[in-house]
Design a protein around this ligand. Structure first.
Ligand code: F6R
Length: 241
């Protein structure tokens, strides 16, 4: 486990972009596992900038997103697919046929990831309660891609994104914790003091299904890239940049 603490969000994002670029340069057919959410917006923006400067090429890259709401189409502004198109896919040369999201055919998703050769790099954010993807506290460490019922907490938290329709979907599809752990490399990003508690529990606490991200410590190639604020509750500083 490696922990990189950037002095701010910008520096941390720079570090993540540099790691992603190296991976894609070394293996143009890289398979990337992608997340949505506020944390990753600046990451996608920087990757798009890099692409526009001809410094990264996504033409052979495949992507598998972590999660998606049930019943929302790609054109629905609340869907994760819409988010990804808006912040990333529409601005780079990723081939549409190489973009994947879990859906009602979710049993096939795990097989598709496997058939692609497996995820070379999985990008993760973290929820306040330590969730990764839509794997809420209590999710089994052996869980695979599945349909889940969203917790009241998560639905409440996501309410702000659903103002127009006033109803947050009750179900979603998500990669499981085992699916995530099968990735060859994982980068978890967390910024801001509101993530400090979840990061401290993930890194110093017991490895428990109560804090889903805590299992990442067992992964042999995981990097936590966080900013100073998210590191506020860690006992000691690790690699600073
Ligand atoms: C979304 C996902 C979630 C988020 C997490 C953090 O695809 O996998 O687990 O990473 O909820 O969300 P933000 O970044 O909005 O704080």
């Amino acid at each position: 486990m490696e922990i990189i603490i950037g002095k701010n969000k910008k520096e941390s994002i720079k570090k993540a972009v540099s790691i992603i670029s190296k991976i894609v340069k070394k293996k143009p057919k890289s398979v990337l596992g992608l997340a949505t959410g506020n944390t990753v917006i600046p990451l996608y923006k920087e990757l798009v900038k890099k692409y526009k400067k001809n410094e990264i090429n996504f033409s052979k890259v495949s992507t598998f997103n972590l999660d998606e709401y049930s019943g929302l189409s790609e054109n629905d502004k609340k869907s994760f697919h819409y988010f990804m198109n808006k912040y990333f896919f529409n601005h780079v040369n990723i081939s549409k046929k190489n973009i994947h999201f879990p859906n009602s055919n979710f049993k096939k998703y795990e097989k598709m990831i496997f058939a692609s050769g497996g995820i070379d790099l999985q990008i993760l954010g973290i929820g306040h309660n330590g969730h990764i993807g839509f794997n809420e506290p209590g999710s089994s460490f052996n869980s695979k891609v599945r349909k889940i019922k969203l917790s009241d907490d998560t639905r409440k938290f996501n309410y702000k994104f659903f103002r127009q329709s006033k109803s947050v979907p009750k179900h979603a599809f998500t990669m499981g914790i085992k699916t995530i752990m099968n990735s060859k490399k994982i980068i978890l990003l967390a910024f801001g003091k509101e993530k400090a508690e979840a990061i401290a529990k993930t890194i110093h606490g017991k490895i428990t299904t109560k804090v889903p991200a805590s299992i990442l410590r067992k992964h042999k190639n995981v990097i936590f890239i966080i900013d100073k604020k998210a590191s506020g509750k860690l006992k000691q500083y690790h690699n600073k940049i």
